[in-house]
Design a protein around this ligand. Structure first.
Ligand code: 2PG
Ligand code: MN
Ligand code: MN
Length: 554
């Protein structure tokens, strides 16, 4: 594929002389289930509702599965693949798929990363650290098992797995099944002593992102590397069962389990990480692996006191950050994403502003720019991060929506930027807590914030595009596969919360006084996906859709 390196003027839409707003509602799907468990449907959303009535300027696009480069249409969308698609205009084979292919054709076992860790097989331990579920957003257990089998077959004598329990991309409580299955799979590795060594819940241990809270990573380092944690058990199943009970007053969900270490009968940790060991981070997705990668790779490191810094053979499932070349070694090469809109706009001299709160900051910058942590032309790009609260977000469901709105308005009114892009985290982050009431409130607030932003664009005579990256808040209950009926706990009255993203398509709407009247969505792209949105906002800026991108919706 040839990549257009320059933007050309659109043939009929004049160059925007007022700012263009691109607003992303993270986790805001257009779901067919329109009962009370659809938090968006249950919320007060007059502004986003009214957009549906504008002929030719509202539609939905696909945001999951093969439309965003995932292995199958059973895969829900997520922020990484969603923002990659929105920023690049391309459907790229994503990490999940690339690892599948490399395992299937065996190439994973011929690449440099594998050769490197193989040196630890005969004498040292191979450690696998990652998210233990089949959610397919960050990792998949079948891929973990594929690599463990490969290691055992190639002479690895000792394997230790450090598990991060999920309950976010999969239902809460399923960590037990995943541990049982893993233990079964480990007994089948012949000639190899394989055990679970430590763990903790993904939101509390190791998997922080965008430096929201390094303590999370520190807890993981202590448990995985040093073998230190406030809770010690002789089995992972016992760890999960006991820790879920919390202090007895309220269960702790899989996502939030405290760190734990598995010990032998003498109380000694079964799998500390030592000089000469190999360490594999088995998540393919980048954002929540960058910090722990730095802790393993950087000599010079001061985010927390590591106490001990073992010299390991360290690899990521992929290279997580192309700019930082982090980690230096990896099992499978990451998707190569080029010709992204940010780069073309910078090259064309277009000034852009991007803003979200910490939890989504890298989504509108790093993922948007094809997993690059730097700038294309710093003098043209302003990135603003509003610090997120470090709490479970159902306790503070407004998050930083108001502050983000203010920052967006200020950027629009400043006259400094031709394009302003904003991400509202609430529908996604509050959706992940499974707390329906909190999520309804969050969605109502986001609708108000959208009004503020659209009013600002209107007052300036600009143009805007509103969309989302995948579903989440649009369904907050687990449902029966065949009938779609909501599922309840054994007591029959407590709904079983759905904490994950959904497969729903997402809305996309355009408007603004600066948009020529006849501009409408075409009707010959019924299967369009997120990647078709890139050409669309480039059109709003007055540029033609580059040839390497999916066609514009206009
Ligand atoms: O929180 C996350 O890491 C994922 C879900 O696993 O959500 P998102 O893709 O919206 O960032
Ligand atoms: Mn998202
Ligand atoms: Mn999410």
């Amino acid at each position: 594929m040839t990549i257009d390196t320059e933007l050309k003027p659109h043939e009929s839409i004049p160059k925007a002389d007022k700012p263009v707003l691109v607003c992303i509602l993270d986790g805001w799907g257009e779901n067919e289930n329109k009962d009370k468990f659809n938090a968006i449907h249950s919320a007060e959303t007059p502004v986003t509702d009214a957009l549906k009535d504008v002929p030719g300027r509202w539609r939905t696009v696909r945001a999951h599965g093969t439309a965003v480069g995932l292995p199958s249409d059973a895969d829900m969308g997520n922020s990484e693949v969603g923002h990659n698609a929105l920023g690049s205009g391309q459907v790229i084979d994503q990490g999940a798929r690339l690892v599948d292919i490399a395992l299937e054709d065996g190439s994973a076992f011929e690449l440099d990363g594998w050769k490197y860790i193989s040196e630890s097989f005969p004498e040292n331990t191979v450690h696998f650290i990652g998210l233990l579920s089949d959610g397919g957003v960050h990792s998949r257990t079948d891929q973990l098992v594929g690599f463990m089998k490969g290691a055992a077959k190639n002479g690895a004598k000792r394997i230790r797995v450090h598990i991060l329990t999920d309950g976010r991309d999969v239902p809460d409580g399923t960590s037990k099944q995943f541990v049982e299955q893993l233990e079964k799979d480990m007994t089948e590795l012949s000639g190899c002593d394989a055990k679970i060594a430590s763990g903790g819940g993904r939101m509390h241990v190791t998997m922080d992102r965008y430096e929201a809270d390094w303590k999370i990573v520190e807890r993981g380092w202590h448990a995985h590397v040093l073998g230190e944690a406030p809770h010690k058990f002789t089995s992972a199943l016992e760890a999960i069962k006991t820790l879920r009970e919390g202090d007895g007053s309220k269960t702790i969900t899989d996502q939030w389990l405290p760190p734990f270490v598995i010990t032998d009968d003498e109380g000694k940790a079964v799998g500390t990480i030592e000089d000469g060991d190999a360490v594999v981070l088995f998540n393919f997705r980048a954002d929540r692996m960058v910090e722990i990668s730095k802790a393993f790779e950087y000599e010079d490191f001061n985010a927390f006191d590591r106490k001990r810094f073992p010299k390991t053979r360290f690899v990521g499932m992929m290279q997580y950050d192309g700019d930082l070349k982090l980690p230096a070694r990896f099992l499978v090469p990451p998707p190569a994403i080029s010709g992204v809109s940010g780069e073309l706009l910078a090259k064309g001299g277009v000034s852009t502003f991007a803003c979200s709160e910490t939890q989504k900051f890298g989504h509108v910058t790093f993922f948007w720019n094809g997993n690059r942590s730097g700038y294309f032309k710093e003098e043209l790009e302003t990135y603003v991060e509003i610090p997120s609260d470090a709490v479970p977000f159902n306790e503070a469901p407004d998050m930083k929506a108001r502050e983000i709105t203010e920052a967006g308005k200020e950027a629009l009114l400043s006259g400094k930027y031709q394009m302003v892009r904003i991400n509202f985290a609430n529908p996604d982050m509050v959706g992940h807590t499974g707390d329906l009431d909190a999520c309804v409130g969050a969605c109502s607030l986001v609708d108000k914030c959208v009004k503020d932003l659209l009013d600002t664009v209107e007052s300036l005579g600009g143009r805007w595009l509103l969309t989302a990256d995948h579903g989440n808040a649009d369904d907050m209950v687990q449902r029966a596969k065949k009938t779609n009926a909501p599922l309840f706990a054994d007591d029959g009255s407590t709904p079983l919360p759905l904490t994950s993203h959904t497969l729903a398509p997402v809305p996309v709407a355009i408007g603004g006084p600066g948009l020529p009247e006849g501009i409408k969505f075409r009707d010959d792209l019924p299967n369009a996906g997120l990647a078709n949105i890139t050409g669309t906002y480039l059109n709003l800026l007055g540029f033609a859709t580059p040839a390497h991108m999916e066609p514009s919706l206009i």
